[in-house]
Write a protein of this length. Structure first.
Length: 288
């Protein structure tokens, strides 16, 4: 049984009005425990709406969201429970940061879980340490932080609730290369150390290739394809047709392969590129 799944999930904004828009159209996905799942698609494809459905923030127009096989809308208590089990970090941290200090922001979720003051304090300090926020910053107003620091505080606020599923909507958007690498490393280390499930929405194919174990491609409110990084990025022509792309390094190796160089086309990261070039130079066997 999947940890989290949807069954014919549909959602219509402005239903019953002349301005109605179908954001999700009979979407069926399955997310297993411990996976890092990347959801990709052009703007308006339904990615963010799907994330808010998984967290229970939006109620389906039709269909269901299931966690451990149970409908998250089966009762108000179940919906509330789901919001703690499936933590959502929005794309823009300023939407999620509203307290007067960094400490209070990180503590907001645990406090609402009814935990003791001592347990709340422990979770705040553990989460802050995990994302690299020093204790000297606890009394700082969140809006005095840099973009990357805000992003880390927002993630810490979700992590402090210790959710089974961590959802991150465009976690590296707007960050410089160093900030992007820090956030990606944080996400991967979080999954590796805790075994928790992570779902990220991303426009960056490079980011997806680096950390995802499964990719879900959204197009026109539907799931166009699902598979491993290899299975999805091998269909580069189909991705291009819907306005997406493969990682830049993949395009380079595809062109080299087309020109007759004995390199694999299944190269998606700089690390893989290094190993492939090393293989060619040393006369090793080609990757499958």
């Amino acid at each position: 049984m999947s940890l989290l799944q949807t069954e014919n999930l549909s959602y219509i904004y402005g239903e019953g009005t002349p301005f109605c828009v179908t954001a999700l159209d009979k979407v069926n996905i399955e997310i297993e425990k411990g996976e890092i799942v990347a959801v990709i698609g052009h703007t308006g494809s339904g990615k963010s709406t799907l994330m808010q459905q998984l967290n229970g923030l939006l109620k389906p127009t039709s269909g269901r969201v299931l966690i451990d096989g149970e409908d998250i809308r089966s009762s108000k208590a179940k919906t509330l429970e789901t919001r703690f089990r499936v933590g959502l970090c929005f794309q823009y941290p300023e939407y999620q940061l509203f307290e007067n200090t960094v400490y209070e922001d990180i503590a907001f979720g645990p406090k609402n879980m009814g935990l003791t003051e001592a347990e709340v304090d422990k979770r705040v300090r553990d989460a802050a340490k995990y994302v690299g926020i020093p204790e000297v910053a606890f009394k700082t107003h969140p809006f005095d932080l840099s973009g990357g620091e805000k992003r880390r505080v927002a993630i810490a606020g979700v992590i402090s609730m210790e959710p089974e599923v961590l959802i991150l909507d465009e976690p590296t958007s707007g960050l410089d290369p160093k900030g992007r690498e820090q956030i990606l490393s944080l996400i991967k280390n979080y999954r590796d150390r805790t075994g928790k499930t992570v779902v990220i929405v991303s426009h960056s194919m490079n980011d997806v290739a680096k950390i995802a174990s499964k990719v879900i491609v959204m197009y026109n409110s539907k799931v166009l394809m699902t598979g491993t990084v290899d299975e999805v990025f091998e269909q580069s022509e189909k991705l291009t047709e819907i306005g997406l792309s493969v990682p830049q390094i993949t395009e380079v190796f595809a062109k080299l392969h087309a020109k007759g160089y004995p390199v694999s086309e299944k190269v998606y990261t700089v690390e893989q590129a290094y190993l492939e070039i090393k293989r060619v130079l040393t006369g090793g066997e080609a990757n499958a």
